[in-house]
Design a protein around this ligand. Structure first.
Ligand SMILES: [Zn+2]
Length: 89
């Protein structure tokens, strides 16, 4: 009788430990998985909470935060203007 209770208790304990380990495993996976999701900027790695922008960068379409998007646009404009000036002279 007592041995049976201990056996059941042991099974429950093993099950509980397994459930907790599984929960931790899924939690860790969710945490690391979120880093590669389109919810983060592909350039600076910051989380995109509001509006994400898509821009082709190094020949790949990337999801970037508004800050990096503006910077990329500014850089592109600067390069375009330099080429325009060179073409004129
Ligand atoms: Zn960014």
């Amino acid at each position: 009788m007592l041995a049976g209770i201990i056996d059941v208790g042991l099974r429950v304990a093993i099950f509980a430990i397994g459930a907790v380990a599984l929960a931790i495993w899924y939690g860790v996976r969710a945490l690391f998985g979120s880093r590669s999701r389109p919810g983060t900027c592909d350039i600076c790695g910051n989380a995109i909470d509001r509006k994400s922008h898509r821009i082709s960068f190094d020949g790949l379409l990337r999801t970037v935060c508004p800050h990096c998007y503006m910077r990329a646009k500014r850089e592109r404009s600067r390069i375009a203007w330099r080429q325009h000036r060179l073409g004129e002279s």
